[in-house]
Design a protein around this ligand. Structure first.
Ligand SMILES: Nc1nc2c(ncn2[C@@H]2O[C@H](COP(=O)(O)OP(=O)(O)OP(=O)(O)O)[C@@H](O)[C@H]2O)c(=O)[nH]1
Ligand SMILES: [Mg+2]
Length: 546
């Protein structure tokens, strides 16, 4: 292989091109990443062309860098086929007076087996130069394209297809049509800044006198500067007289020998796509201020019925305290009423996992509106600095979450341990005391009834024990009743103190649960939508960095 390589092509060049290829590899990887991150957010068509560049680069590099594909492109009659023949040293392409002449791309190749590459390019008409001819052009795959400005539309399609694939473009212009808008707008301006992958040939200079030729070249340069191609190489050539053909061959030999045209071309494509995607990268995502976050959690907590649950916790505590330590004769009245927590399906049975959905009333219209407003405020804030498509994707994420939010919040509330499981010790003691006091009262009452019965029946009175000046049965009855009522009042007061404490604890826990749900269900997806934007822009910057 070394023997067949052009003399300039040494180890240094090989190393350099390996480094370049690695750099390009990284940039292509980044471009691929950017298209993945932009999928579903950015316009699909814009992403498609970036994806195509990544795919094409893989194919092209896979075919090896030993060969360089050069296309002769230009308007009909500019002399592409004439130049193709001149460079090939043979009449390979038909040169005609009927326009257009060339309708199918032809290839002329020097060195290495070109067939895999030409298969990929889908060029059928092939001429392989015999070994030994034009050693300086070793590795050149020269294509003679149809005209781009053809009356035959398939010509233009073929030109566009190949212009996207080749490594180096040689634009063949002629003195009459060199400034045609068609070629400059459509093909040259998009290469702005990438003069390295372009050669401009002014053909048919034999038809111009000396001063005209200079004027024409100066004007052509002016047009190229306007195209954004001030550094483009311009070669005056005549395919007819052979003038400038040697210089063109030399220029081609030099570029083909570098074996970097393919990488340079792909690199230019990556630049173009990265610049296009980068347009959607102005601005940075904003952070969410704490106050706004708190306002959101407040609104969601209200909509989730936290207040209702908290007052039910307090009510349930008082209810159960009264049922255990209240005045026994009226306890049954208590039992007729349901525990406020059970009514919401948030009693102990629910906490044990038996119930996964509460029976909290659905949020009111006002609460729902408040939730929507708070979510919109947060979404607006997070998407404020983002370009339109990314801001829209943040809003879309929020819109997707909004409908599931009530159920998630309800589940969070239903799953919160409200701390109502433990019953205070004094309830049992007070209950026992209430039983004793009631028993005393009943005994006293029975005793007094017995005494009254004896008196009614005029039987002898049994001696009644006294405590001080009060008869014992009377003391038992009145003391039992008064003690029971007093104890019930005391229990009621204690229960209301406990209820307040428990309500406060339940509120803390519920708020924490709502906050966690807000974070998981809403803020995390919104965060990943904005993070995706940041990652996209990082990838685009990596793709653009040479
Ligand atoms: N005077 C002059 N005529 C030329 C030159 N090069 C080509 N021609 C003539 O220009 C005409 C068109 O040449 P082609 O080589 O067929 O042009 P082409 O660009 O391949 O045209 P299409 O295949 O139709 O796209 C022919 O008559 C050529 O003889 C040149 O350098 N000087
Ligand atoms: Mg032709």
């Amino acid at each position: 292989v070394a023997r067949r390589l052009p003399p300039r092509f040494g180890a240094v060049s090989l190393l350099r091109s390996a480094r370049r290829s690695r750099g390009l590899d990284d940039r292509l990887g980044a471009l691929g990443e950017a298209t993945d991150l932009g999928a579903g957010v950015l316009d699909a068509e814009g992403l498609l062309s970036a994806k195509a560049v990544v795919a094409r680069a893989g194919d092209r590099v896979g075919l090896g860098l030993e060969q360089t594909v050069v296309a002769l492109a230009g308007a009909t009659g500019s002399g592409k086929s004439s130049l193709f023949n001149a460079l090939s040293g043979e009449q390979l392409s038909r040169v005609g007076v009927r326009r257009p002449t060339t309708s199918r791309t032809a290839a002329s190749t020097w060195g290495a087996d070109p067939h895999r590459l030409l298969d990929w390019l889908d060029v059928r008409q092939r001429h392989v130069q015999p070994a030994g001819t034009g050693d300086r052009l070793h590795g050149l795959v020269l294509l003679d394209l149809p005209d781009h400005d053809s009356t035959a539309s398939e010509h233009r399609l073929e030109v566009d297809r190949l212009v996207a694939l080749v490594d180096l473009l040689v634009w063949v212009l002629d003195p009459q049509k060199y400034a045609d808008a068609a070629v400059h707008d459509r093909y040259l301006r998009p290469l702005a800044g990438h003069e390295g992958v372009l050669l401009v040939v002014l053909n048919q200079v034999d038809r111009l006198t000396g001063p005209d030729r200079d004027a024409c070249l100066i004007d052509l340069r002016r047009v190229l500067v306007a195209d954004g191609l001030p550094g483009a190489a311009v070669l005056p050539v005549s395919a007819r007289t052979g003038e400038g053909v040697a210089a063109l061959r030399e220029e081609l030999a030099e570029r083909v020998g570098r074996r970097e045209m393919a990488l340079e071309r792909l690199s230019a494509d990556v630049d173009r796509e990265a610049a296009r995607l980068g347009v959607a990268c102005a601005g940075a995502p904003a952070a969410l201020p704490g106050a706004e976050r708190a306002r959101l959690v407040d609104a969601l907590a209200a909509a989730a019925g936290v207040d209702t649950v908290v007052s039910a916790v307090a009510g349930s505590h008082r209810h159960r305290a009264a049922a255990r330590a209240g005045w026994p004769p009226i306890r049954w009245l208590r039992r007729l009423r349901a525990d406020p927590l059970r009514r919401l399906h948030l009693d102990q049975a629910a906490a044990d996992g038996a119930v996964s959905r509460s029976s909290l009333p659905a949020p009111s219209a006002v609460e729902r509106a408040k939730v929507a407003t708070a979510v919109r405020a947060v979404t607006d804030r997070l998407s404020a600095g983002l370009p339109a498509p990314w801001a829209a994707s943040v809003h879309e994420t929020a819109a997707g979450v909004l409908p599931v939010l009530p159920d998630r919040l309800d589940a969070a509330v239903a799953g919160t341990d409200l701390g109502t499981g433990r019953t205070p010790l004094w309830w049992g003691l007070a209950g026992l005391l209430q039983a004793l006091l009631l028993t005393a009262a009943i005994v006293g009452a029975g005793w007094l009834a017995a005494l009254a019965g004896l008196a009614y029946l005029r039987l002898d009175e049994v001696a009644t024990p006294y405590v001080g000046r009060v008869p014992l049965p009377t003391l038992l009855l009145l003391g039992g009743l008064a003690g029971g009522l007093l104890l019930a009042a005391l229990a009621r007061w204690l229960a209301s103190v406990g209820a307040r404490r428990r309500a406060a604890r339940a509120r803390r826990r519920l708020r924490a649960a709502v906050e966690a749900t807000t974070e998981d269900t809403l803020l995390a997806p919104l965060g990943s939508a904005t993070r995706r934007y940041a990652e996209f822009c990082t990838a685009v910057r990596r793709a653009a960095a040479r």
